[in-house]
Design a protein around this ligand. Structure first.
Ligand SMILES: [Zn+2]
Length: 195
């Protein structure tokens, strides 16, 4: 028997929200329990299997990389909150911001600035959320390898249905979005193959 007892009609009981301790706010919530696979114990990759360590060894197109710097690089998030959601990572497998070198911190900053300019030009977004989740407890999906999120925002983009629509269309959109951003990225920071 499962953990939940059905009622006489075979339905799961509905528990009243008012019976739980909580502070209501103005946010609507889309529950995504399937994402727990990324944050459960034992799911953190070893360095040899770390996606942010492996990506730079792959083609830009396959790894969704939009720009490569000297110490850090920028790629599209495979699990975007919004279309054009970029991540900036150091090449080194370090977990937290205070472990990054001064050069890595400086280039994370400059790549983040360039990402904002490029996304403003390409995607005409109205704003950004920028930040780092440090540690699994803070929501980092890949907690062992430092990465900064750059999420473009548009007015009303948190409406439920556009999120669902984008989710359906993502496999095609990611490649197109990557190409648009990489094309608009200033050339001095773009990786020159074989140089
Ligand atoms: Zn890594």
């Amino acid at each position: 028997m499962g953990p939940y007892q059905t009622d006489e009609f075979g339905e799961l009981p509905i528990e009243r929200a008012a019976e739980f301790a909580a502070v209501p706010d103005s946010f609507q919530r889309l529950w995504t329990p399937h994402r727990m696979v990324y944050i459960q114990d034992g799911q953190q990759p070893e360095k040899h299997a770390c996606p942010f360590c492996l990506a730079p060894s792959m083609d830009d197109e396959k790894a969704l990389i939009v720009a490569r710097g000297t110490h850090c690089y920028a790629l599209l998030n495979l699990y975007p909150y919004n279309s054009g959601h970029l991540l900036v990572c150091p090449y080194r497998h370090v977990a937290t911001y205070d472990e990054a070198t001064a050069e890595e911190v400086a280039e994370m900053g400059s790549l983040t600035q360039t990402a904002m300019r490029v996304l403003s030009e390409v995607a005409h977004c109205d704003g950004f959320n920028i930040g780092m989740n440090q540690g699994r407890i803070a929501g980092a999906g890949i907690a062992e390898h430092l990465h900064q999120h750059i999420v473009p925002r548009w007015a009303l983009d948190s409406n439920f249905f556009p999120i669902i629509a984008k989710t359906k269309a993502l496999p095609q959109l990611l490649g197109e979005v990557r190409a648009d951003i990489a094309r608009a990225w200033p050339k001095p920071e773009r990786h020159q193959a074989g140089v």
